[in-house]
Design a protein around this ligand. Structure first.
Ligand code: SAH
Length: 396
């Protein structure tokens, strides 16, 4: 049985992508909706002929409904418990919860059939992030469900959505513990420890999506002078140090990020003088740096394009920064270059990097093509979920 929900009816033909399980209803596809529907409400979506399509969260904006279920069902505690349990079984298959690793993403929005929701796990703390008003309204329920998932030992749930909810919805979310309170904030990734600042840090406090790419970087670090641009909490830096880099320089424009990086390096390699961090703008740093100072450079900038409209500017950004790195890296150098902009696809990013290589007139080969790790799965019906792109390049 399903409790009564308000209804949205689609225009003729606008149910096609939904019948192929794409989880979004765009506002232009809506023919009519019940008067009383408010932002964040649970709604049923029906095709023009009245047939049931799915249940989802309504919001004001270009994506009007995010479908949670293509079956008729209530979206309550049971629903979340089941979806979270299914998400956990994927992570168990990935063996991400180990003695030497307790940080991973448990819920990756559409990739875990929970559009609008992100949950990262750091030891016994879950950091919950809502990207839709509907998830915001159901946050307490989700927190409760998290503590009920068998096999997941969660003592604290921290809610962190001040920067992820649509500003116009005026929900005024407060970052706070929904369950438990502050305990330790030191987590572990592949045997390396780091402070997670889920209270004030960006995203949920750490970028868990670079875990495997950091490990690959470690493999290439021996004997190299490493420059980690846009280092944030220094993830790539401490892997490079473990990999045997002769020197590691970390750069971020945020002084807070530089402090976090220094703390994390100190945590893993106390007193190690190979590392130095600089609070500087990446573009200026690359302009000022001497030719051939580094033989391994990481470029992991923030999303240059948050929306499609910013695409051209973003591509210019990727070209510029990569061209600077190509022109300065030592011969035989290796460049790890990334884009986390969802609006920039793999081919566009590759073209930008290719153009940058040509601008610098270097001979460049692609060694690896990187993407997001398996705890950031891509719903096969929602290819937009593939957002992280990376290339490892050998520069002669
Ligand atoms: N590589 C990091 C994640 C990078 S997030 C990791 O593995 O965890 C992007 C970072 O770029 C943020 O920390 C932000 O402060 C920084 N940033 C943004 N604009 C910048 C600029 N112009 N110069 C240097 N750093 C910048």
């Amino acid at each position: 049985m399903m409790s009564e929900m308000k209804q949205i009816t689609l225009k003729r033909g606008k149910d096609e992508s939904l019948r192929r399980f794409h989880p979004w209803v765009f506002s232009g596809a809506i023919a009519s909706k019940d008067d009383a529907i408010e932002e964040g409400d649970l709604v049923t979506v029906a095709a023009a002929d009245g047939t049931f399509i799915g249940v989802g969260h309504y919001q004001i904006g270009s994506i009007a409904v995010r479908i949670l279920s293509f079956e008729k069902r209530d979206i309550y505690l049971d629903f979340y418990r089941q979806r979270l349990t299914a998400a956990l079984s994927v992570r168990q298959a990935l063996r991400l919860s180990r003695d030497d690793n307790n940080a991973f993403r448990l819920v990756h929005g559409e990739g875990d059939f929970l559009p609008g929701l992100v949950v990262d796990i750091y030891g016994d703390t879950a950091v919950l992030q809502a990207h839709s008003p509907g998830m915001h309204f159901q946050r307490d329920l989700i927190a409760q469900a998290l503590t009920q998932v068998e096999g997941l030992d969660i003592a604290n749930v921290y809610y962190k959505s001040e920067t992820t909810l649509p500003y116009k919805a005026a929900l005024d979310p407060v970052n706070q513990y929904l369950i438990g309170s502050y305990s330790t904030n030191i987590a572990m990734e592949n045997g390396l420890r780091f402070h997670v600042d889920w209270l004030k840090g960006q995203k949920t406090g750490f970028f868990v999506d670079q875990r495997e790419n950091r490990r690959l970087l470690e493999h290439y670090s021996a004997g190299r002078r490493v420059l980690n641009m846009f280092c944030y909490t220094g993830g790539f830096s401490f892997y490079a140090m473990r990999g045997g880099a002769t020197l590691v320089h970390s750069v971020d424009s945020s002084a807070k990020a530089i402090q976090l990086t220094n703390d994390n390096v100190e945590l893993n390699f106390p007193g190690d003088t190979r590392h130095e961090a600089f609070a500087q703008d990446a573009f200026k740093f690359l302009d000022a740096m001497r030719q051939d100072s580094y033989d391994l450079i990481i470029l992991d900038p923030p999303a240059f394009a948050k929306h499609k409209s910013a695409l051209q500017n973003a591509l210019r950004g990727y070209r510029t920064i990569n061209a600077k790195a190509f022109s300065k890296i030592a011969p035989g150098g290796i460049l790890f270059t990334f884009s986390c902009s969802q609006a920039v696809n793999k081919d566009q990013f590759r073209l930008a990097v290719f153009t940058a290589a040509a601008m610098a007139r270097r001979r460049v080969r692609i060694l690896h093509q990187l993407t997001q790790p398996a705890d950031h799965p891509i719903n096969i019906y929602h290819p937009e979920g593939e957002y992280l792109k990376g290339l490892v390049l050998y520069v002669e």
